[in-house]
Design a protein around this ligand. Structure first.
Ligand code: C2E
Ligand code: MG
Ligand code: MG
Ligand code: MG
Length: 281
């Protein structure tokens, strides 16, 4: 397109590319110091049990406030952190911080039902010592395995299926629940799926937010039924309207999260969900 519109446009395009590359390099450099400089923060998005409208737990989502550039989205910096390997210490910090926060909330609000914390894991975090590291964190923060959910993508699983199965089995022995994140967008054959010790399928929001379209609604229905037949639960991601919420409830999808219920929240705001018996209407 740049070529067609003449030389001026090509120059502009190059300049834009250069800016992108520079930004990426800058992010790469700055990520190395961001952890030590405490520029990261976790936000928490409520996960709702659709049949009751009550909170079942939170998903911890990483936020980076760069001193000059302001908030940088995880969609931009997580891939860089993965390429550089920084995701390993960063991911460990996320896990520890999320467990610490869950413990604080349990003490402060003593919820009557099990409150769970979901944490995203990158494939690089599947090292041979992952379960020992997790054990240490659970012990240090006084959290039970069954209070923790770990989210991995289909792509992460398929990177090294055998190692992943072995590691997931170790984690499951601790009572930790395993979710497949963004389910339906990656490549995971059904033949593999039943071999993986997975408890929950998270239906990608690209299907959920187009549920008014028949074919997208069918995909959601099929995933919910697939989960059921594999004795797994389903969480619908990205619920933005009441209609989507009611449709998912009708399909017997167990859990949901999305802007209709709440955005990811600063911990102080997230606490509002733990006060009394707040319910979704
Ligand atoms: P994810 O794990 O699939 O997280 C859900 C994303 O969808 C979050 O984006 C959340 O803010 C967004 N979301 C939730 N509800 C809605 C909705 O109703 N509508 C729309 N349009 N979006 C919604 P976020 O926080 O920007 O994170 C993006 C991705 O970055 C995450 O996708 C996850 O893959 C990755 N990520 C975030 N935190 C971590 C982390 O601590 N470790 C790792 N490895 N990855 C992380
Ligand atoms: Mg996730
Ligand atoms: Mg997701
Ligand atoms: Mg995602």
């Amino acid at each position: 397109r740049a070529k067609k519109q003449g030389k001026g446009c090509a120059v502009l395009f190059d300049a834009a590319m250069r800016t992108d590359t520079l930004r990426r390099l800058q992010i790469q450099t700055d990520l190395r110091f961001a952890l030590a400089q405490e520029e990261f923060q976790l936000y928490y998005q409520p996960i709702i049990e659709l049949s009751t409208g009550k909170i079942a737990g939170f998903e911890a989502l990483l936020r980076w406030e760069h001193p000059q550039k302001g908030f940088i989205s995880p969609g931009e910096f997580i891939p860089v952190a993965e390429e550089t390997g920084i995701i390993v210490p960063l991911g460990e910090w996320v896990l520890r911080e999320a467990c610490r926060q869950l413990h604080t909330w349990k003490e402060k609000f003593s919820p009557s039902k099990l409150l769970m914390m979901s944490v995203n894991l990158s494939s690089q975090q599947f090292t041979a010592d992952l379960s020992q590291r997790v054990d240490q964190i659970l012990q240090d923060t006084d959290i039970l395995g069954r209070e923790l959910k770990l989210e991995i993508t289909e792509t992460a699983i398929m990177t090294d299926p055998q190692l992943t199965i072995a590691t997931l089995n170790e984690l499951k022995q601790r009572g930790i629940m395993i979710c497949i994140d963004d389910f339906g967008t990656g490549y995971c054959s059904l033949g593999y799926l039943h071999q993986f010790p997975v408890d929950i399928l998270k239906i990608d929001r690209s299907f959920v937010n187009k549920m008014q379209l028949d074919d997208k609604r069918e995909i959601v229905r099929v995933i919910v039924e697939l989960a059921e037949s594999l004795r797994m639960d389903a969480i619908a991601e990205g619920i933005e309207t009441k209609e989507q919420y009611l449709q998912l409830k009708n399909l017997n999808c167990k859990y949901g999260q999305g802007y209709y219920f709440s955005k990811p929240l600063h911990p102080n705001e997230a606490e509002q969900w733990l006060v009394g018996t707040r319910k979704v209407s």
